[in-house]
Design a protein around this ligand. Structure first.
Ligand SMILES: Nc1nc2c(ncn2[C@@H]2O[C@H](COP(=O)(O)OP(=O)(O)O)[C@@H](O)[C@H]2O)c(=O)[nH]1
Ligand SMILES: [Mg+2]
Length: 217
């Protein structure tokens, strides 16, 4: 299959659209590994720097404006937040990392909580590492990738805010990012460009999540 071939059929994309239009709700936010929801449902997790667009992406995927709160809310950005979709799968918003002032501490905290979450989650089907399309991969993104690679958690890199660049620029960042992760053992080779604002890439991401969670309608 070449990179430009569509990965999903129209029927699969349509089923994913239907699934993500079903009811979604906030379950809980956890600051430690105590009291996580049970592991009976498949989960996909979203990781990335603060402000990269994690909450916006969860909102856009589910068609909600305020399911996951977008914008700076220091309290919630350190939590692992769980969202339930259609009583069948959970979308998990991992703590943001890379704050200017406490970068090392926060990265470490991400590693600790993130690593614990990864270790304790047999039901985690896929992690998504969000990267701002305008910035591309930064040094600070290496820690979570190392965590995913070490824990052998299958993950995919997603470029966010693609609407802020010209399509040709998005393509260039995508190609550069794919080259940079080529040797990472647990990384999905394909990098997906998205825009929560304009909807770019969301239909495909919904289908990927549905597929990763092995959900059929
Ligand atoms: N232009 C544009 N802005 C976005 C997009 N996604 C998020 N943002 C903005 O980026 C900021 C941070 O988004 P947020 O979802 O709170 O990031 P989080 O900290 O990773 O959860 C907010 O001001 C969003 O409105 C996008 O696709 N396009
Ligand atoms: Mg957020």
């Amino acid at each position: 299959m070449s990179e430009t071939d569509p990965l999903f059929t129209e029927d699969q994309l349509d089923a994913a659209r239907v699934l993500f239009a079903r009811p979604a709700s906030f379950v809980m936010g956890c600051v430690s590994m105590d009291g996580l929801p049970d592991t009976s449902l498949p989960e996909v997790a979203f990781a990335g720097r603060s402000n990269v667009g994690k909450s916006s992406l969860i909102n856009a995927l589910t068609g909600h404006k305020h399911l996951a709160r977008a914008s700076n809310e220091p309290g919630r950005t350190r939590e692992v937040n769980f969202f339930l979709l259609d009583d069948r799968l959970r979308l998990v918003d991992l703590p943001g990392y890379g704050w200017a002032k406490a970068s090392k501490t926060v990265v470490k905290k991400f590693q600790n909580l993130g690593r614990d979450y990864l270790r304790g989650r047999p039901n985690l089907k896929r992690a998504y590492l969000l990267i701002d399309a305008r910035h591309g991969l930064k040094d600070v993104d290496k820690a979570p990738m190392d965590t995913f690679d070490l824990a052998a958690v299958s993950y995919q890199v997603i470029l966010t805010k693609a609407d802020k660049l010209k399509p040709s620029e998005v393509e260039a960042v995508r190609a550069r990012t794919e080259a940079a992760i080529a040797k990472r053992p647990a990384a999905f080779p394909r990098v997906l460009a998205t825009s929560s604002e304009k909807g770019l890439g969301l239909a495909e991401l919904r289908a990927e999540i549905m597929h990763a969670c092995e959900i059929t309608l």
